[in-house]
Design a binder for this molecule. Structure first.
Ligand SMILES: *Cc1c(COP(=O)(O)O)cnc(C)c1O
Length: 368
């Protein structure tokens, strides 16, 4: 049987039908109705954040976060990392800003704060680091550098749903954090996303921006339509009831992988970070071709031949994509370039059996 990298969480169909039944009576299908407000309240509590605004998807949430901070079309530079999903870099460029690439740390693959300050120029307006695989960025160092240089910080927390650092939710750092509720993430609303923030001044701004920027009868800031509808919100309400079980199930799968793969020369699994309560969102495996004897691509292909579909997250690095070719040489990121050639994410979801994990590990460890 085919094994894919993930399998989206869904509630029991009857639970979902119960949740959407009132929508057919009220005919409130979208525009921040009762299901939206219910989910917003529950998620604000679950994520432990002061304020939350929900969107049609994580990408639009990130674009709106940048715009709400007043950075759109200022022509400024935003320092980010290339070892991420293309959405991060596109959100900067689509706001008329220039992505400047900072390299990542070889241990947890997040922005290297030691390389950050040298990239700051008089054009820099913000820092956009990524909590990649749910690994928390060095938020203390990054937020301190940002404060010193008076820069905005927006965290791409798409992978960090439910992650806590010293008991504090991952959405509490910087000026804003974006969460993705895409089908493939730990928690999903089918498609969906949110911006967490502290300053209530952004509440109305984000609310207006997702609705074309309409402010009373006027429009002052040009926005798209990026609202989350009631059916997606209802899916979120249902999935949120089970998310702790889903995370516990993921943890058991990760532990099964660790039992087989940790300590194997040339293989590296992502260790949990000090003070961080993880969410087991991804199972990144780094393959050192010299020490392991086979490359990431060879292991990936061996899995594929057995109908097991890992994913090369994140290859190519975003600064290797043709659309960003002109920016590549300005700030080289050798660690990210090497990681993107050595890492893949193994199948991980609630319901992946121990036997399947064993089968996957057998293929990885088989001497080809
Ligand atoms: C999924 C993801 C996004 C975009 O979220 P969508 O909800 O799919 O639009 C952004 N950044 C990262 C790192 C992601 O993995």
């Amino acid at each position: 049987m085919s094994i894919y990298v993930t399998r989206p969480s869904v509630p029991d169909i009857n639970e979902y039908l119960e949740e959407i039944r009132p929508i057919f009576e009220t005919r409130i299908l979208t525009n921040m109705g009762p299901e939206y407000l219910k989910l917003k309240k529950q998620l604000t509590a679950y994520l432990g954040v002061p304020e939350l605004s929900m969107f049609v998807n994580g990408h639009m949430a990130l674009e709106m976060a940048i715009q709400a901070l007043g950075l759109r079309d200022t022509g400024g530079e935003v320092i980010t990392t290339p070892f991420t999903f293309i959405s991060t870099t596109n959100a900067i460029a689509r706001n008329g800003l220039k992505p400047v690439f900072c390299d990542v740390k070889p241990d947890d693959y997040t922005m290297d704060p030691e390389k950050l300050e040298a990239l700051i120029t008089e054009k820099t307006v913000a820092i956009l680091p990524v909590h990649v695989y749910g690994n928390l960025c060095d938020v203390d160092a990054i937020d301190a550098i940002a404060k010193k240089h008076r820069l905005k910080v927006i965290y791409d927390a798409a992978h960090a749903f439910g992650v806590r650092y010293r008991g504090v939710g991952a959405g509490n750092f910087g000026d804003m954090s974006m969460f993705s509720f895409h089908a493939t993430k730990v928690f999903n609303t089918i498609e969906g996303g949110a911006v967490a923030f502290r300053d209530p001044a952004y509440r109305e701004k984000l609310h207006e921006l997702k609705n074309y920027g309409i402010h009373g009868e006027d429009v002052t800031d040009i926005g798209p339509n990026a609202k989350m509808d009631e059916f997606r919100a209802a899916m979120g309400v249902c999935n949120l009831r089970h998310v702790n079980e889903a995370i516990a199930a993921r943890r058991a799968v990760c532990e099964a992988y660790f039992r087989r793969l940790s300590g194997v020369p040339g293989l590296r699994l992502c260790p949990t970070q000090d003070g961080v309560e993880p969410n087991y969102a991804y199972m990144p495996l780094r393959v050192d071709p010299e020490r392991f004897g086979r490359s990431r691509d060879q292991v990936f292909d061996a899995l594929k031949a057995e109908d097991i579909h890992a994913r090369k997250y994140f290859y190519p690095a975003t600064n290797e994509m043709s659309c960003y070719a002109s920016l590549r040489d300005a700030c080289p990121t050798p660690v990210a370039a090497s990681l993107s050639r050595q890492i893949m994410c193994l199948p991980l979801y609630e319901g992946l059996t121990d036997a399947e994990v064993e089968r996957i590990c057998d293929v990885i460890l088989a001497k080809g």
